[in-house]
Write a protein that binds this ligand. Structure first.
Ligand SMILES: [Zn+2]
Length: 325
């Protein structure tokens, strides 16, 4: 009985799938990962954090270049666009705003499908470690107290201090995404940075006029779409670093200090690849082996993400658009 039913259902299902595929040519462009923007954080006067032996701008550039090469090797069909390939600010920007604007501009003009910004983290404490003082006892000491004629000698209990070394222990990886609650902020940022230029998305070109209610709705929809994909990729990134044995802090949302993520009209993730203020992690991030491991963790995440957004099992829209080309 079960066999009979299955035999009846399979052709019915196939029939359904075929007819489903036939109504698909509405989609203008196949969704997926065609262009990845690799952004080496900081540069020039905007050098970011410093460790004992390195500056963030140099470490991010090393990792970004290695990541770009690895993407080309792993996904030959994917185009890699860098925001910078040399030391210094992006396109010789002289202000931070200009620097971030240039990054977003490069990403948007290349019509990227994913923006990966490479950064290194730091604690507010000095890199490596620092000395603190603690009281380890007291001793009697003769001191002058009071002023002028009232000045006199007095025995006081003076503390005895000892300096001790505190290692800067903080380590780990944190993927950041733009804070989605402030939807209008992100939408405004996209418009500001684009200067009214056209944006491309998997569904076609969109003119980003802010005025009409229709445009606002569309912008919001797009923002939500970027947010979802950003969150998906960021959580896979976190997962892959964790699987590789790195300490991870989970996907975090931020609205300040990651302005570049608001300005890109595409899913965007900023990866803090580790702490330069921790001696060992800084050495790791400066080593070829460490940098290659970071890159391989991101590549592993990209493989899964690519499969997810290009796979046929996710939603009916992806199964229809996949057959349209
Ligand atoms: Zn940074």
């Amino acid at each position: 009985m079960v066999k009979k039913m299955a035999a009846l259902m399979i052709p019915a299902l196939m029939c359904f799938m075929i007819s489903f595929n036939k109504i698909s040519p509405i989609a203008a462009q196949k969704p997926g990962l065609h262009t990845i923007i690799v952004d080496a954080g900081h540069g020039g006067q905007f050098h970011g954090t410093r460790g004992l032996i390195s500056k963030e701008e140099d470490v991010t550039l090393d990792i970004a270049l290695k990541l770009g090469e690895a993407i080309k090797k792993e996904f030959p069909e994917v185009k890699v666009v860098y925001t910078r390939t040399v030391a210094g600010s992006v396109e010789n920007a002289t202000t931070l705003k200009e620097d971030l604007h240039n990054r977003a501009q490069i990403a948007n003009q290349a019509k990227g499908d994913l923006f990966i910004s490479i950064h290194c983290d730091a604690t507010p404490k000095p890199p490596g470690g620092y000395y603190l003082k603690r009281v380890i006892g007291h001793k009697k000491k003769l001191e002058y107290v009071g002023k002028g004629k009232k000045k006199r000698k007095k025995m006081v209990n003076a503390p005895i201090y000892e300096s001790y070394w505190v290692k800067n222990m903080m380590t780990g990886v944190t993927p950041y995404i733009w804070k989605a609650e402030k939807t209008s902020d992100k939408v405004n940022a996209i418009n500001d940075e684009s200067g009214g230029e056209e944006f491309d998305d998997s569904t076609g070109n969109v003119e980003w006029d802010t005025e009409s209610p229709e445009a606002k709705m569309r912008a919001q929809l797009y923002e939500q779409k970027y947010f979802r994909k950003s969150a998906v990729f960021a959580s896979i990134v976190n997962d892959e670093f964790q699987k590789a044995g790195r300490r991870t802090w989970g996907v975090k949302q931020r609205d300040k200090g990651i302005q570049v993520l608001q300005a890109t009209g595409m899913p965007s993730v900023l990866i803090e690849t580790g702490y330069l203020t921790n001696k060992e992690e800084e050495e790791y991030l400066n080593s070829d082996d460490g940098q290659n491991e970071v890159v391989q963790d991101i590549i592993a995440a990209l493989k899964r993400y690519k499969q997810q957004i290009e796979g046929t099992r996710i939603s009916s829209t992806s199964s229809t658009t996949d057959s349209s080309k």
